[in-house]
Design a protein around this ligand. Structure first.
Ligand SMILES: NC(=O)c1ccc[n+]([C@@H]2O[C@H](COP(=O)([O-])OP(=O)(O)OC[C@H]3O[C@@H](n4cnc5c(N)ncnc54)[C@H](OP(=O)(O)O)[C@@H]3O)[C@@H](O)[C@H]2O)c1
Length: 191
């Protein structure tokens, strides 16, 4: 049996990739001012999952803000069964699902928790407030942005200002017949 992690303080923590995988309008909004995402249905088709399944399989856990969680729950069954899911909130939250837990830890403390659990890749689902909290601590290592061919004119911005400056490198650009463009950027400097 391996010794407990606490007995191995000299071992460097393995880096964790935090991936913001999210859909955005061409003008940079992730939802309408009221939080609506009905505009995403225009590009949904059974023939194309935009790499979602492969991406979902690649992550050890997901993290989302409370408003995104409440919205997802309002749609019905929890769509991420069995995947460790961390809901960031300062309010009480109870779930019947063992894999869903609420936390008010800071993003960096949460990453230390994930590191101890052996997680290597975590999906930052959103929304904008939570992404801003991770960005403020310089913790996002990859951005996978699906740009939907629509201008919403107004809404919840993908990147809430102010935020820190961050250099990124384009890793991949993929176009789809629906008009979606998926851009993958990675943090330019090691985190
Ligand atoms: N287009 C897409 O792919 C996509 C993906 C995800 C979400 N969305 C949209 O995004 C919208 C929601 O985004 P949002 O920015 O309004 O809200 P959000 O980021 O989902 O949730 C914000 C809430 O999360 C909690 N929170 C945030 N940072 C925290 C921290 N550091 N520590 C503890 N708790 C923290 C707070 O909850 P408490 O007040 O409870 O403390 C805060 O009010 C929804 O309309 C959703 O549809 C779109």
């Amino acid at each position: 049996m391996p010794p407990p992690l606490t007995l191995l303080p000299w071992l460097p923590a393995m880096p964790i990739e935090i991936v913001l995988y999210i859909a955005t309008s061409l003008d940079g909004f992730i939802a309408t001012p009221e939080g609506g995402i009905d505009w995403l249905s225009a590009i949904e088709t059974p023939e194309e999952d935009y790499g979602y399944e492969a991406f979902y399989t690649s992550v050890d856990a997901i993290v989302m803000g409370r408003r995104t969680y409440d919205q997802v729950l309002s749609w019905g069954d929890w769509p991420y069964p069995g995947k460790p899911s961390y809901i960031m909130t300062h309010q009480p939250l109870s779930s019947d699902l063992a894999e869903v837990s609420a936390t008010a830890q800071s993003p960096s403390d949460l990453m230390a928790t994930w590191s101890a659990l052996g997680y290597r890749r975590v999906w930052l689902v959103g929304g904008a407030a939570l992404a801003a909290a991770f960005r403020a601590e310089g913790l996002i290592s990859e951005y996978i942005l699906s740009i939907i061919p629509v201008l919403l004119g107004n809404g919840i911005p993908l990147f809430m200002p102010p935020g820190p400056r961050a250099e990124v490198q384009l890793y991949q650009a993929e176009t789809f017949t629906s008009g979606v463009v998926q851009l993958t950027y990675r943090a330019a400097k090691p985190l």
